[in-house]
Write a protein that binds this ligand. Structure first.
Ligand code: HEM
Ligand SMILES: *[C@@H]1O[C@H](CO)[C@@H](O)[C@H](O)[C@H]1NC(C)=O
Ligand SMILES: *[C@@H]1O[C@H](CO)[C@@H](O)[C@H](O)[C@H]1NC(C)=O
Length: 449
């Protein structure tokens, strides 16, 4: 049968017959549906972030080649070493650009991610600050790049009673980590619900989308479309899907951009980077089996040999994170809705942004303005941090970490903008009661894997 007669047969027979008798046709139809999903309102830019990146034209092979030998040789994580939902952090730890045990701090984040990927200090300072307050221990600055670890607790044995940090996945859900990731699962979904590990089917969807949009290269517009598809998938399959302002609107999308901006290879021919499926697979801990299916090994993310990072003079900055997140809102306005399903699939209900922001933002379109996006994130982080600390620490430790908000937290997020005079925002705990997926749990019996 030619594809045309197949389609005709599909139309005549109807969907129930398809699923029962011809599972491969059902698969094909599902795929076509995915590809036909609403196209962007205005195209997502080929070169997102600040405008300078679109014309960057230099390549210095010596400076951009990233070492994968000697101290930076690849080693898989050993017993007890932490790995989690972040392909970049896992790869950096496996090559000694971060602590190989996966317990990281400001020093390694600021130097290691610059050396390995060209992620600028404006970005690493911000990410380190937000993550150590949300998912780690602000007293020691340590946090786990995977699930909870006793090693992040600066207070030692007594401290076990005073603080229990989540790490960035499992019970770190909704703080930095959120649903509809590039390849990770939704923590509260009925199936495929590890938010630490990668699912081959989502990786394959991304590669298939790249094949249909560009012939194979994974580009920023492909990743932006994938992000939109993943949110649609979560709404259609996860009754508890929820997207908060920072983890859901900003961070998950920021990670989609990192996948190109920080993982693309560079050359004289492609000074602004190109990301092949093979390089993507190495960075995401995938190999292909004899049948050409993707096979994932937890924690085996790898910087490929002969890989060239972005140029220092073309670093990815905090401004780029904010601008590209705002560009997402212009191309895919529905990606920028705060809210979630209300306990059944396809029940997405957006939260009123005016209520959430004290009137600072009244409509999602305003988030297309990078200055407003920066202050929207800043406002939300400030609203969330006392509650997140309260769920993690007790007693004297709690008093101490709350005391660090003005001296360490606020300076660390100042790069988001001055935001003078904006009102206080509201925390998820306060506004999320109508969403069953918005309840924050800080510990529990699930392993996360
Ligand atoms: C302090 C710095 C960083 C922190 C705190 C961080 C944290 C995270 C978290 C929590 C996620 C899960 C997001 C979600 O639920 O969708 C994630 C995903 C991701 N991160 Fe990072 N990350 C950092 C730096 C990096 C770097 C330097 C890279 C690239 C070199 C990177 C690439 C990615 C990618 C590609 C994903 C998506 C993984 C997937 O969905 O399969 N990140 N990161
Ligand atoms: C990166 O690009 C250069 C130039 O095309 C190439 O020689 C090298 O093999 C590529 N690296 C990887 C890991 O694909
Ligand atoms: C800390 O959290 C982890 C992960 O949720 C949990 O297994 C452990 O029991 C908790 N420890 C304490 C002391 O509450």
């Amino acid at each position: 049968m030619s594809p045309k007669t197949l389609t005709a047969a599909v139309l005549l027979a109807g969907p129930s017959m398809l699923v029962a008798g011809f599972p491969h046709i059902a698969e094909m139809v599902a795929k076509q549906k995915l590809e036909a999903r609403i196209a962007p309102i205005i195209p997502f830019p080929e070169y997102p972030g600040t405008p300078n990146h679109a014309t960057y034209n230099d390549f210095d092979p010596k400076a951009q080649l990233v070492s994968t030998s000697g101290d930076h040789a690849w080693q898989p994580p050993g017993h007890g070493d932490k790995r989690g939902p972040c392909a970049g952090l896992n790869a950096a730890a496996n090559h000694g650009y971060l602590q190989r045990d996966g317990i990281v701090d400001a020093n390694s984040i600021n130097t290691g991610l610059w050396e390995a990927f060209g992620l600028d200090k404006t970005a690493t300072l911000f990410l380190q600050t937000a993550t150590m307050f949300f998912d780690g221990d602000p007293l020691s600055g340590k946090w786990s790049i995977g699930t909870h670890s006793d090693e992040t607790n600066s207070l030692g044995v007594i401290g076990a009673l005073l603080g229990n940090e989540t790490g960035i996945c499992a019970y770190g859900h909704l703080k930095t980590e959120a649903d509809a990731s590039i390849t990770r699962g939704d923590w509260l979904a009925p199936s495929d619900n590890s938010n630490c590990k990668s699912y081959p089917k989502f990786a394959q969807e991304l590669e298939d989308l790249a094949t249909s949009m560009t012939g194979g290269l994974i580009t920023p517009p492909v990743l932006a479309q994938h992000s939109n598809n993943r949110k649609a998938h979560s709404i259609a399959t996860n009754p508890y899907y929820f997207s908060p302002p920072y983890a859901g609107v900003a961070f998950t999308f920021g990670a989609h951009m990192f996948a190109f901006e920080l993982l693309a290879n560079h050359s004289a021919e492609h000074p602004r980077g190109f990301l092949t499926p093979e390089v993507f697979e190495s960075f995401f801990a995938y190999e292909r089996d004899a049948n050409n299916n993707l096979v994932y090994t937890y924690g085996h993310e790898r910087i490929p040999d002969n890989w060239y990072k972005r140029a220092d003079a073309d670093a990815w900055t905090l401004a780029d994170i904010v601008v590209s997140t705002a560009q997402q809102c212009a191309a895919f306005p529905s990606n920028c809705q705060v809210g979630g399903n209300t306990g059944t699939v396809n029940s997405f209900s957006g939260f009123d942004l005016g209520d959430l922001t004290g009137g600072f933002i009244t409509a999602a379109e305003e988030l297309q303005d990078p200055a407003k996006m920066g202050c929207f994130i800043s406002q939300n982080l400030q609203a969330e941090v006392p509650g997140f600390l309260d769920k993690t620490f007790n007693g004297a430790a709690l008093t101490e970490v709350l005391g660090l908000i003005p001296t360490a937290f606020l300076p660390g997020i100042a790069g988001l903008g001055a935001c003078a005079g904006i009102p206080a925002g509201r925390s998820v705990a306060e506004y999320g009661s109508q969403y069953p997926g918005a309840q924050i749990e800080s510990s529990g019996p699930r392993s996360g894997l």
